[in-house]
Design a protein. Structure first.
Length: 134
């Protein structure tokens, strides 16, 4: 993800950036049962504040979060960085829920981030750009 985010053209839109960020979750080639189990571990580890997961956060920050936040801060300057971080964490929780098959999406098919990629990108863009409440 770091390479993809760093190689986006300078005129990339927020939708382009979010698409690059979420690519591992919405690419049909990466939505295997093993990957869904990994998302489940990430979700549970985040909720339980698992030490092993927290130790790897620094690596994730360098490889994904830092390049992502460079884009987000540039594209959404009206949203403070600490609010962007919270929204980022909420997105990860939502994706983990979708990847583990927990939400109810029967109306649009079985839970699968790949088949709901455009809707997921729209939801994230909307959440990131929503007005900041006090």
């Amino acid at each position: 993800q770091k390479v993809v985010l760093e190689n986006l053209p300078s005129g990339a839109t927020l939708r382009d950036v979010v698409g690059a960020w979420l690519a591992p979750a919405i690419d049909p080639e990466t939505t295997t049962p093993r990957i869904r189990q990994l998302w489940g571990l990430i979700q549970r580890g985040s909720i339980e504040r698992a030490p092993g997961l927290l130790a790897s956060v620094t690596t994730m920050d360098v490889n994904v979060v830092n390049p992502l936040f460079s884009w987000l801060i540039r594209l959404i300057p009206e949203v403070p960085p600490q609010v962007l971080r919270l929204r980022h964490d909420l997105v990860l929780g939502g994706i983990a829920s979708i990847m583990t098959g927990q939400p109810s999406l029967e109306a649009s098919g079985p839970p699968n981030a790949a088949s709901h990629g455009d809707a997921l990108i729209d939801w994230v863009v909307g959440g990131l750009t929503s007005p900041v409440t006090r």
